[in-house]
Structure formats: C-alpha cells, structure tokens
Write a protein that binds this ligand. Structure first.
Ligand code: COA
Length: 577
C-alpha cells in the first residue's frame, strides 16, 4: 500500500513505523507538517492510499482528510483527547494507559476508532514510555488498521465512532506549568518524581535552583536519609544535583537554566557550575546497588565469568568527561577476571554519540567537538583493544550516529527487536564521522551495502540490521525479557569450551588487521575529515547542530525522506512528475 507519513518531525515513533512498514512491503514517503499547502501538494504528488499521522502538533486540514483517509496515532486510551495525554497519565499515576488509532475528521482526536491497545504503566519518563510502550502499541494498532483496509473499502467493516467506543478516556486540556508545579515543602518523593517524569523530555518542570529559575529534567530517586531542608541542594554526582524532599531526596540530572544565553538542556552541575562546585561530591563506585543513582554501573554474573557495564547517559549523549569516565570504567573492569564483557548502554538509549548540546554551550563549539570526538574515539579504541575477552554490545535502546558505530566496536551486537538504529552521520550537516567506522563497518558489510547505509541516512530496525549482518542477533519480548536472555546468552558464551579458541582467533585477527593498516591510521584519516567539519570553511555541521539542539521547526522535508519530491517520481497512475 502507498502510505504517506505526515508528521511534525521524523521522531522515534515515525522512524520505527517507517522502517517496520517499509519492511512489511508498503511504499512509504514522508512529508513534514509545515503548511497546509505543502501537505496538499505532497498528497497530490504521492497519491497515497492512506495518510498516517504518527506525530502531529495541529489538526489535519479538511482539504486532505476529506479526500484521503488519514489515520492519526493518539498516545492515549480510547476516548482520551488532548495534547497532554501521556503527561496527565503519568502525573496522575494511571496504572495502565494506551494508544488509539483514529481516522481524522473535523475535530481533534474525535475521529472513528480503527484500533487501540493498552499497556501497563512503568515508573519512567514520558519520553521513555513514548519510545517503548507507546511505539510498540502504535505499531500494533497501525498494522491492525492496515489489515482492515480491504474489508473497510468493500464496506464489510466500519471503524467505531468515538461516541460508541465506550472508553474510559476523556477530553483533557494542555498541561500547563501551573499543573506541573512542585511544592518542595509539601510534595513527597513519589509526587516529585511523577511530576518530573511527566514533563521529560519536554517541557521540563519550571522551578528554581540556587534561587535562579530553570526547568528540571532527568530525575532519579535519591537516598531516603539524605538530610537537608526540603528543596535544598545537598550534593553532586555525575553531573547531577541531589535535592532534598520532605521524605527523602531526588537526583536532578539535567536543567535548562533561564537567563543563560541559549537555554540549552545541560547537566545540572554544568548549568550551575559555580554553585554546584561548592556542593560535596558523592562519587559512586562502579559496583554498587542497582537502585543507587549514577551514570556508570557494573555488575558480574554469579560465577564471575561475565561482566555487565552499563552507561546510562541521558538521551544517549556522551560529553567529553562522560567518555573519559566510561573509558576509565572500561579500563577498571578490564582488570576483572571475566571472560565476557557485556556493554549494556542505557535503558533508554544505547548511545547517540557526542554531546551536541554541551558542544553548543561551549565557548568554542569547534574545540569542544574536537575534544569530544577524540574522547569518543578513545572509548572505541578501549573496546577494540579488549582482546583477552569477548565483548558484546547489548542494545536495550536505540543507537544513533557515533553511538551506533561504538556498538560495532564490540565483537557481538545484540539488540531488542524494538530498537531503531541510525548508522549514519550525514544528517548532522554532512558530518564525516569517526569512532573508527571506516574500520568497523567493512568488518560487517560489503562496500555497496555499507555505502547504501551511510548515504541512505535512514533508520534501520534491529531485525533488518540483523538480516543484513550489521548486528548479530535480535531477540526478546517486551520488558525485562531482553535483559534476561542477554544474561543467559552471555553466560553460555563464557561457558563455551570453544571460547579460548575464539579468543585466540580474535587476537590473531586484530594483529593481522593492525599489520595491514594500524587503527591509528583509520583514526587519523577520519579525524582529518572531522577537523574540516569542525574548523573548515563549510559551516554545515555547526548550522545543523544549532537547529538540532534548539529544535528549530522544520522548514522542508529532506529529499531522502520525501521520495515523492524526487525528480522523475512516478505516480501510481504511471504519470511521471
Ligand atoms: N547530543 C545531545 N542531545 C542529543 C543527542 C546528541 N548526540 N542525540 C539525541 N539527543 C537528544 C535530543 O535533543 C532530544 O532531546 P530532548 O530530550 O530535549 O527531546 C533527545 O535526545 C531525544 O532525541 P530525539 O532526536 O528526539 O530522538 P529520536 O529517537 O527521535 O532520534 C536520533 C534519534 C539518534 C536519530 C537523533 O536523536 C539524532 O539524530 N541525534 C544526533 C546524533 C548525532 O548526530 N550525533 C553526533 C554525531 S556522533
């Protein structure tokens, strides 16, 4: 079926739907919702059988929905209406929530219902629930809807009108900052966390730190016995600030500080560098209780043969100091007598490469980009250099750009089926990329397939990545199943009698590769190109980064997504455009 994705942006949900529906055999094109006339033109050129709207911030014009059926994904249970569906559900502690696919009509979120799903809620941020449960449910709803199209066309099936659907949802207003406000002298830790999670990634909770207004993000439970007056800042760790609540404490990882030039979302200790420096540091050891907050965490299997190193960097973005700490952690765990090291990234993202917001905030964006990519390369080199044990990158969450290529530094790559990979750099202002990708990618893909991937700039599902050999395995159902299976498979690897042979082959291959072309040469060549991206006369990377971190509204749809805008595009009726 020919499907046009009409969307505010190519976000995680749109990417997943795009990649999965393309794999199902549908013909897809994307148009960003910029202006009615632009969308109308896209519909005329592409002549879709269906329009799918996974992520819209305004209503579809009648000129479109009256002529072409439009399926809208709403992240709410049946009957729920309004722009803050998930925000209310999280903040009000709903135990289950859902996704509804409805057909656009003249009223926002009030169209006939094609499909719906519910899921149990987790203690997680809005963005995390959106990327997992909402995305998974939306995909199921969209597939179910598409499977009904034939019946619907023949008049054998009708979507359910909202008035007859009997859902428990209702019309809710836009959630305002006054609804999100935290009263530090009254609200307990559970309430504080719910408010912060309901507003994360956007818009954050308007609050103040050190008497200065800011928006808070990236909250984690802190110790119950932290001490301090409710609301007081009492310690720092890994870029986060520990803040007392009436019955405990919370770590605040990121803030957007008002009054600063750019209002970027930054680690709390960076946005309030002077004030935070005066707070006592509470460093976290690598091996500690899993619920004790910290970006890096290490644990070993019962027999001590397998190590699991997680690096839960907010949004998968890895700043220079975060890379340095990760590199030090890899060195530290390399001294442990394990046979397999599993790199588990973070629960939300495995990695998204260098930290573009911190680069934007730096005095010299070029210098910080340079420092960051060098630190990132050092992390990759430390993984490639672990020749005395098997390394596994276990992707619980998505990975993009340099973060994707960091995963390729491991011997084996496993991913949850819901993971979306973006193994390319070019979307960031034609960035050349480093992370030894010119060494790592050809180890997995033939030149033409590799070229298609990096030039195509499209998202790839974990399943498709496994099919093409970019990664090794894709397994697990929703929830903790992927992690349980990862532990069991890693144990099997460590117990395999053939492991010593495998490690000897790994060492020999690395030595042969090094003799053929030293790793340092790959790095030098890549960094020479990156140096031009950062310091050269073409500012594309700096411009693209600016728009990315400031979330500048889209002004056009990139050609690699809007295939109906390609010269020579043929419509279904055979007419060349
Ligand atoms: N640096 C800083 N922030 C980053 C980031 C990075 N490398 N990658 C993602 N983020 C942030 C986004 O700004 C967004 O912030 P928010 O919490 O304020 O909303 C959040 O992470 C989620 O990213 P988003 O783009 O909404 O996620 P997505 O799942 O829709 O898209 C990617 C995933 C990877 C395609 C997209 O985030 C991306 O292109 N990231 C940049 C990758 C890159 O070019 N890295 C540098 C080269 S190595």
């Amino acid at each position: 079926m020919r499907i046009l994705l009409l969307t505010h942006g190519f976000n995680s949900l749109s990417q997943r739907l795009y990649a999965e529906l393309a794999a199902d055999g549908h013909q897809l094109s994307v148009e960003f919702d910029i202006r009615d006339s632009v969308a109308e033109e896209a519909v005329a050129r592409f002549a879709p059988a269906f329009i799918l709207a996974p992520f819209l911030k305004r209503a579809i014009p009648a000129s479109i929905w009256q002529h072409c059926p439009c399926l809208v994904v709403h992240p709410g249970v049946v009957g729920d209406r309004g722009p803050s569906a998930l925000d209310w559900a999280i903040q009000e502690g709903e135990e289950a929530w859902g996704v509804t696919v409805l057909q656009a009509n003249g009223e926002m979120d009030a169209g006939d219902i094609w499909a719906s799903r519910t899921f149990p809620m987790r203690a997680a941020t809005k963005a995390d629930l959106y990327r997992r449960e909402v995305t998974e449910s939306a995909l199921a709803c969209v597939r179910e809807s598409l499977s009904r199209v034939d019946e619907w066309r023949r008049g054998h099936w009708r979507p359910t009108p909202l008035s007859a659907a009997g859902g428990r949802g209702r019309q809710r207003p836009l959630m305002r900052q006054s609804d999100r406000r935290i009263d530090w002298h009254l609200d307990d830790t559970t309430t504080v966390l719910a408010r912060l999670r309901a507003a994360d990634g956007v818009p954050g909770v308007a609050d103040a730190l050190f008497g200065e207004p800011c928006h808070l993000y990236d909250a984690h439970p802190g110790p119950r016995d932290a001490g301090g007056e409710p609301g007081a800042c009492i310690a720092r760790r890994d870029g986060a600030i520990l803040r007392a609540t009436v019955d405990g404490s919370v770590w605040i990882g990121h803030v957007r500080r008002q009054g600063t030039q750019q209002m970027l979302k930054l680690p709390a200790t960076e946005a309030f560098a002077g004030q935070a420096a005066a707070l006592p540091e509470r460093p976290a050891v690598l091996m500690r209780a899993a619920d004790d907050y910290g970006e890096l965490h290490y644990q070993e299997s019962a027999g001590g043969r397998v190590g699991f190193l997680s690096f839960a960097f907010y949004n998968g973005a890895m700043g220079t100091d975060q890379c340095r700490r990760l590199e030090a952690a890899i060195r530290q765990v390399a001294a442990r007598p394990t046979r397999v090291l599993v790199l588990t990234g973070g629960p939300e993202f495995w990695s998204n490469g260098i930290h573009l917001a911190r680069i934007e905030a730096a005095e010299s964006a070029a210098d910080e980009s340079w420092a960051n990519i060098n630190a990132m390369d050092d992390v990759c080199a430390s993984v490639i250099g672990l020749t005395d044990r098997l390394t596994v990158a276990a992707l619980r969450g998505n990975a993009g750009a340099g973060g994707c290529f960091l995963a390729l530094a491991a011997d084996l790559i496993w991913a949850h089926p819901g993971v979306v990979l973006n193994p390319h750099y070019k979307n960031m202002g034609n960035l050349y990329g480093s992370e030894y990708w010119t060494y790592l990618l050809p180890r997995r893909l033939a030149a033409d397939a590799a070229n298609r991937l990096v030039e195509g700039r499209l998202p790839v599902t974990a399943g498709a990545a496994a099919a093409m050999g970019l990664i090794d395995r894709c397994f697990g159902r929703a929830g903790a199943d992927f992690e349980a299976q990862t532990r069991a498979r890693a144990e099997q690897l460590a117990a395999d009698p053939a492991l010593s042979e495998r490690l000897a082959a790994k060492l020999a291959r690395r030595a042969a590769d090094e003799a053929a072309k030293p790793l340092a040469h790959y790095r030098d060549e890549e960094l020479a190109r990156m140096h031009r991206n950062f310091y050269g006369f073409d500012p594309s990377y700096h411009v693209a980064r600016y728009h990315f971190v400031h979330k500048t509204p889209q002004s056009w749809t990139p050609r690699h997504l809007a295939c109906h805008r390609e010269p020579g595009w043929r419509r279904a009726d055979g007419a060349a455009e």
